[in-house]
Every structure is written in C-alpha cells, then in structure tokens.
Design a protein around this ligand. Sequence first.
Ligand code: IDP
Ligand code: MG
Length: 141
Amino acid sequence: MANTLGIVKPDGVRRKLVGKIISRIEKADLVLRGMKVLKLSKDQAQKFYSVHEGKPFYNSLVEFMTSGPIVVMVIGGHDSIRRWRDLMGATDPAKAKYNTIRREYGTSVEKNVVHGSDSEATAKAEVSFFFSDDEILPKGI
Ligand code: IDP
Ligand code: MG
C-alpha cells in the first residue's frame, strides 16, 4: 500500500491536460494524498533524473523538465506504484497500449506527459524529493 510519485510534465501542463490526468487517477480509484504546482530548477531536475546521467537523452530531458511548470502528486491506493505505471503506459507513446495516458497524449519518447515511480524504493525517494511527511495525507482519511 505504498504511495507513489506522479508528475504531470511541462508538456502536459502547457497543453492543459492536468484535469484529464487527475480524472483518470480518480476513475482508477487511486487516491491523491498530496499535490503541488512548481517549476524545477536545473539543479533539481539533474538530481531527480540523476539515474540517467550520461545517457544521450539526459541533457535534453533536464532542459525539457525545466521548460515550464509541473504538477507533482503523491498517489496512493491499492498497488498504486504498478497501477499508476499501467495508467501512464510505456515510455514511448508510440509503443504504449491504447487508452493509456502516454498513448493518448504523448508526442515523443521525451515529451510523454507524465512520470511515475518504478519501484517501492524509488517511490519512497521520489515522494520525499518533493514532499515532507506532514504534506502527505495519512491513509484512511
Ligand atoms: P519512464 O519515465 O517510463 O520511467 P525512463 O527510462 O525512466 O522512463 O526515462 C525517464 C524519462 O526520460 C522518460 O519518461 C522520457 O521523458 C525520457 N526518455 C527516456 N528514454 C528516452 C529516449 O530514448 N529519448 C528521449 N527521451 C527519453
Ligand atoms: Mg523511470
């Protein structure tokens, strides 16, 4: 029952997709336990994506992620890590299943609208990258 981190990336905010994405989270019976709108600094984006440092897409990814506001969300509910990843779809929108967020709205492998943590360990680290404990609704509220 761990929480996971969701992000609406700058392309999603710019294209006014935040409402549609939250609607999908609600319809899936996932639970919003925290939410913020913010703009990442270059330093923050580099740290957040440090696992990809040195890959050919890293610098462009950092540039993209700092290009405008994002929405960061703590998403809870049964099996939230896997179920949010399933709702998002594969990294490359062209390869994502039909009816996933990335398939519907993504425009390239980089500009794929949403982020989701990929394991319990990364979910814990990524949630605490943006939220302190007292900014996250406890379970059962
Ligand atoms: P994920 O977001 O599905 O977990 P990761 O492999 O962790 O995918 O990559 C992080 C982000 O980096 C992707 O969501 C996408 O925005 C970008 N990215 C990944 N692979 C590529 C690529 O081959 N070209 C350009 N951007 C990429
Ligand atoms: Mg990833």
